[in-house]
Design a protein around this ligand. Sequence first.
Ligand code: ARG
Length: 378
Amino acid sequence: EIRDALEATGLIDPAAIDLAEPKANVPADLALPCFKGAKQRGVAPPQLAQELAAALSFDADSLVGGVQPAGPFLNFTLNRSAFARQLLAEIQRLGDRYGSDDTGAGKTVVVEYSSPNIAKRMHVGHIRSTIIGQAINNLLRFQGYTTIADNHLGDYGTQFGTMIAAMERFGRPEGEGEAVLAAIEERYQRYNQLKGARAEDDDAHDTEALDDEARAWSLRLEQGDPRARELWQWMVDTTLRSNQRSYDRLGVRFDTQHGESFYAGMLPSVIARAEELPEAEREPGGALVIKGLRDANGKELPNFLLQRSDGATLYITRDVATIIYRETTYHPARIVYVVGHEQELHFRQTFALARALGYAQDIELTHVSFGRVFTADG
Ligand code: ARG
């Protein structure tokens, strides 16, 4: 409005109209510095300010409430009641959509948050990722992005072999909810304690037997043994049902809940591709190590394993597979990981490796990290 009115006076070149926010102590909402326009007209800036003020007029319902020359500046004040009327009308018209925009129209963002581990109770620490992640998801959607909210569950790893071995030995707990999760945790700990106790007794043979038993279950699980799968699936379902109660209370909603195990089938091809990297090295024992990889800033990353000598993959291997899956499935402009600051290095390594393998070339990968919560006793 101000610009149009200034142009209509014919006293100032449109190119010389550069409205600025006045200093905090100036009783105005917008200001026009008149130096440039005055120079073009061959007059002193205060004179142009006076001339413009005299030539301008605004209607009573205009958003511009007043015009005041102040030295070389022309100051404008907002018509607060007109502004309030327009604003309230807009809020009424847009309702819950008020304040939204379409910055993200046509773009997809994968937002990964919460991501607890299976067969463990959620604790106060999980609330950070869960709440921050849902808030980011809500904000992005409000900006017009299509978001995929993904709960990247920790449902993979040798600990599941131990849990199954423990339940075979001590029995599968009955019931529902957190009490059952606590009972699984308890059996898992009892199994490890038994190992510890036997090691102290110098009964190396028995400790090994317990280790072998856990490892055997882990292997059976990976190979799809029905009994192992059944117990694992039961742990997954029980945990999901238990966690869902917290999510419902918090208004947290996911579009998918793919756990780490979902990507298992992709791991051999990730390994095969990674082996071609100049940074990849097969150790004599068979482990695959990535050495001297650099991050996006050219900083050299600490070496890391991609495959153990026994053929097992690692957390990072599955995270790289996850990026590949998301890229081909959702074609996102961005992937946001809402995970604690302890995993900062892990994500720098994950992102660098995915890019080195030729993935996520046009995807912005962001680790939204946050600090830890400590109780009073540390
Ligand atoms: N389950 C993991 C944990 O509890 C968090 C997963 C974070 N996300 C990821 N893509 N690695 O530590």
